[in-house]
Design a protein around this ligand. Sequence first.
Ligand SMILES: Cc1cc2nc3c(=O)[nH]c(=O)nc-3n(C[C@H](O)[C@H](O)[C@H](O)COP(=O)(O)OP(=O)(O)OC[C@H]3O[C@@H](n4cnc5c(N)ncnc54)[C@H](O)[C@@H]3O)c2cc1C
Length: 485
Amino acid sequence: MHRPDQLARLADRSERWDLIIIGGGATGLAIALDSASRGYRTALLEQGDFSEGTSSKSTKLIHGGVRYLRSGEIGLVRESLRERGRLLRNAPSVVRPLDFVVPAYRGHERFFYGAGLTLYDLLAGKSGLGATRHPGKSGVMERVPNLRGDGLRGGTLYCDGQFDDARLAVAMAKTAVARGAAVVNHVKVIELIKENGRVAGVVASDRLDETEYRLEGKIVINATGVFTDSVRRMDEPQAAPVVRPSQGIHLVLDRRFLGGETAVMIPKTEDGRVLFVIPWMNRVILGTTDTEPVPVELHPQAQEDEIDYLLKYASMYLKEAPGRGDIRAVFAGLRPLVSPPKSGAGSSAQLSRSHSLFMSASGLLTMTGGKWTTCRQMGEDAVDRAASVAGLPTRPCLTGDLPLLDDPATGGGEPLDEALPYGMGDVDRAVREEMAMTLDDVLSRRTRAAFLDEAAVRRCSPKVAARMAAALGRDEGWIKEQLAR
Ligand SMILES: Cc1cc2nc3c(=O)[nH]c(=O)nc-3n(C[C@H](O)[C@H](O)[C@H](O)COP(=O)(O)OP(=O)(O)OC[C@H]3O[C@@H](n4cnc5c(N)ncnc54)[C@H](O)[C@@H]3O)c2cc1C
């Protein structure tokens, strides 16, 4: 993936696009990958970096969503389990199976969760990852040595999927480019082009050098997550909002706060929420909260009371309870919760419980909601609809069995920091092959350093910025600006 090549394609006015996609998170990338692999001429524009919005700040689970069983959403769970199986097959270097235990402190919990998870196995069918088991107290403690043992009766052990969200985004971008899409980061759509009242393209601005691009296409797709309404208002200034953001934060801790490689899921805390304690990249992730109303931002901030909430609930379940001083990193993301517009001004369809696809009167197609786990299906649904509306030749979806291109970090070269599993070789590759343009692109999303250890990132930033400046032909001023950001 070479950014100047992608920009040259955007600048080429002879190129007329079939699909233009706004947004380079899970949703937009899945649409671009689906569209390009069917052979449609595809362009994707992301205002920041790939997955810089919600998509790099998830709980990092590729899961059926056990908790949806409680609300009877069987169809959603079945769809998610099928997609989990596909992702494990198509992206084995980024997605892997992970064991979870649901601890039982009351007698009926073992039976209740055991029955629910047995149904989960049944729904997974051929994509199952192994049968649910029911270890006793000692079996649970062996797997999660830091779990509180007093009152523990045993637990339910099941398997789900875990992934590196930002790396999956890069893998999808690389694969879409390899299949012929033009995919570019740091280019923001600032206006929609209209012809005879129909959306016919976009005007976009490169945020790194202010160059403006005008792209014309048969259909424009809005895949901007919590920014959905701002793009819909470029089309219809009076459009009523359809997305309500809800914030979830995670704390990153040392691995000793689990003590093993099995995750813990608490399906219902005292106040009725789900709590995860998950091993990830030699650390532990604790999450998540559910806070609204919150403003729409690319980089939402964790509130003090959200941090207190997670620490308080963790202390109810963990023997050695984490305190403020144990937090290595914090990240916050916004869920795009959707209620599609009422029919009238264009058509709307709830294709699946997990996501919504709707069309404005002037032909802007919006895909939103859903989750990382189901993004491939979202891509397929959006491209089916786009092809039919735009009158493109019908071609079958290929992403169900399409392997994604990814080379995991090697940690090669001079280490970034003793607390991080990355080396300068990873920085070089990110700049050379993965379109990393800013220090944050490298430290947050090509490597996950900033999600693992904020203090280590502060230590290694100057040398990483200097290395990037040399590779990108930037000066001292650029280094200073990147460090300040
Ligand atoms: C706390 C939390 C935990 C989660 N955990 C999980 C999980 O474990 N598993 C799971 O399956 N799902 C999970 N999800 C859900 C999942 O992360 C989201 O559904 C998914 O990332 C949404 O992707 P998206 O592409 O729709 O939105 P985003 O990732 O926000 O992408 C939208 C993009 O559009 C860009 N954009 C906006 N305006 C413009 C413009 N004018 N021009 C160009 N680009 C623009 C933004 O910069 C942004 O990158 C979680 C969500 C949250 C909040």
